[in-house]
Design a protein around this ligand. Structure first.
Ligand SMILES: NC(=O)c1ccc[n+]([C@@H]2O[C@H](COP(=O)([O-])OP(=O)(O)OC[C@H]3O[C@@H](n4cnc5c(N)ncnc54)[C@H](OP(=O)(O)O)[C@@H]3O)[C@@H](O)[C@H]2O)c1
Length: 145
């Protein structure tokens, strides 16, 4: 008998995007574990865990305990390097440690918007801090498998 699949872990599950990801995950029949920072929303059927992604040891401990097959990182805090850049890196490293597939949510706002489309070869030319934070996070996060 093959082992039952591990859950989907939505980091930042309490956010605008995270709440929809948890809802869609449940609708698709997945086990969903999701994290909140300030407060867990009232989304039923989700295993809510508190997490501060700025604390690398906490991120590692949670992911080792949950053993997810997939980690979706939808956590960020505007203009906060420790959350948006360092935190995203903590999530990526912990996901890799359990061989989980990582889906890292970003925004095309990391680019200037002067081109019609962008790919991985484009350089982040945005000057705003939040976009530089996002760009740093993408640079720091290992290439997904
Ligand atoms: N919304 C959009 O239209 C949109 C469009 C394109 C891309 N995106 C991208 O999608 C991602 C999520 O956006 P969003 O709109 O869903 O943001 P959001 O509603 O502000 O949610 C942010 C999430 O991050 C969590 N968080 C904040 N600081 C944290 C910390 N130190 N440790 C752990 N979790 C922390 C929040 O938890 P608490 O709320 O519990 O504090 C919340 O779950 C971002 O990367 C954003 O750039 C969003």
């Amino acid at each position: 008998m093959s082992p039952s699949p591990g859950p989907i872990l939505v980091v930042g599950g309490s956010g605008l995007l995270g709440r929809e990801l948890t809802r869609q995950g449940r609708l698709a029949g997945h086990r969903v574990v999701a994290t909140f920072h300030r407060g867990a929303p009232a989304v039923a059927g989700v295993d809510w865990r508190h997490l501060d992604i700025r604390i690398r040891d906490d991120v590692t401990a949670l992911i080792l305990a949950v053993r997810p097959d997939v980690v979706v990182n939808a956590a960020y805090q505007q203009s906060d390097w420790a959350t948006t850049a360092d935190g995203g890196t903590h999530v990526a490293l912990a996901a890799a440690a359990v061989s989980a597939r990582l889906v890292h949510v970003s925004s095309d706002a990391v680019f200037s918007g002067t081109a019609d489309s962008y790919d991985e070869s484009h350089t982040n030319t945005q000057a705003r801090l939040v976009t530089r934070l996002r760009g740093a996070r993408e640079f720091l996060i290992p290439t997904p498998r």
